[in-house]
Design a protein around this ligand. Structure first.
Ligand SMILES: [Zn+2]
Ligand SMILES: [Zn+2]
Length: 300
């Protein structure tokens, strides 16, 4: 008693171009950071490195997710996307803590900074970031990872602006503590990004119901159908951000198995069109789970 609905996946071309651009930004900022002595530029480089990692993982898991389901992976491979988002968030968290520590060192032991080089490289990074943001903007709503990569790039634009401002201040007034200050701001931003990815990916790994799904309304809709007496023992979860699974027991009148066919079709149609549920497994019963609630704390 299940049904499959196919989803179109976003094309990876723009993602690929943005990855290439990020590699270029990262390398030029690492070189620029070392030559100019600016930690903020290096911080932005590491930030971009995590974007590159996010992009590569997103591209890889988009491909992997298109693979057919098989006997080992009966849910398919879409969750690789969630795993990769988690790995990337971990990398972001580690990098931001390294940046905090390095910034603290620079506060205590300032080094001379060549503001001109810092400013030019930061400007190049900013422009490249803006182009990447425009590229990914259109496909941002399509998957958690592409949206993640997009939001990531958008925030990189902010951190690049920060480094540009830092470069201006260093060039004009030779105030070197601005450099570790901008580094800390970039690190805070990266940490914030990591947290939001962990929260969203964590919800999916915890089999949380999709945000905004009102189970009580869904129950009322199903119970309004003829012959349906109650709905109980329900589980709703997401395999990925575009696939929602549902299973539940339907207590019906003492009708023939054949008569449950039209009811099943009505329920599956309702679940799909009104609640975005892409895969439903329904167990029809006659008075066999006495006292079971909508949600059951049992093991089965
Ligand atoms: Zn970023
Ligand atoms: Zn039951």
């Amino acid at each position: 008693m299940s049904d499959h609905y196919d989803h179109e996946l976003p094309t990876g071309r723009n993602l690929f171009i943005s990855i290439l651009m990020n590699v270029v930004i990262t390398i030029s900022e690492i070189v620029g950071g070392i030559v100019s002595g600016s930690l903020a530029l290096l911080a932005d480089a590491f930030h971009n490195a995590t974007d590159t990692l996010a992009g590569v993982l997103a591209l890889w898991t988009l491909r992997l997710g298109r693979r057919a389901h098989d006997e080992q992976y009966t849910f398919g491979y879409r969750r690789a996307e969630i795993l990769s988002a988690g790995i990337n968030a971990g990398a972001m968290a580690v990098i931001s803590f390294i940046l905090f520590r390095e910034a603290y060192e620079r506060f205590l032991h300032p080094v001379p900074i060549r503001g001109g080089i810092m400013l030019v490289v930061a400007l190049v990074g900013l422009v490249a970031n803006l182009v990447s943001v425009l590229l990914l903007h259109r496909s941002a709503g399509e998957s958690l990872n592409v949206r993640g990569a997009y939001l990531h790039l958008l925030s990189d634009t902010l951190s690049s602006v920060g480094v540009v401002v830092g470069g201006v201040v260093v060039t004009l007034w030779h105030v070197t503590w601005v450099d570790p200050l901008v580094t800390v701001l970039v690190a805070v931003w990266v940490l914030k990004e990591a947290f939001s990815v962990v929260r969203e990916a964590g919800g999916i790994l915890m089999e949380r119901a999709p945000i905004g799904l009102e189970l009580a309304r869904l129950e009322a809709d199903i119970c309004a159908l003829s012959h349906v007496k109650d709905l109980h023992h329900v589980h709703v979860w997401q395999v990925s951000d575009t696939e929602t699974m549902f299973e539940g027991h339907i207590n019906v009148d003492d009708i023939s198995v054949n008569d449950t066919g039209p009811i099943r079709e009505q329920i599956q149609d309702l679940l799909h069109t009104k609640y975005g549920i892409t895969h439903a497994t329904l167990q029809f019963e006659f008075e066999c789970c006495q006292g079971a609630g909508l949600i059951v704390n049992g093991r089965d």
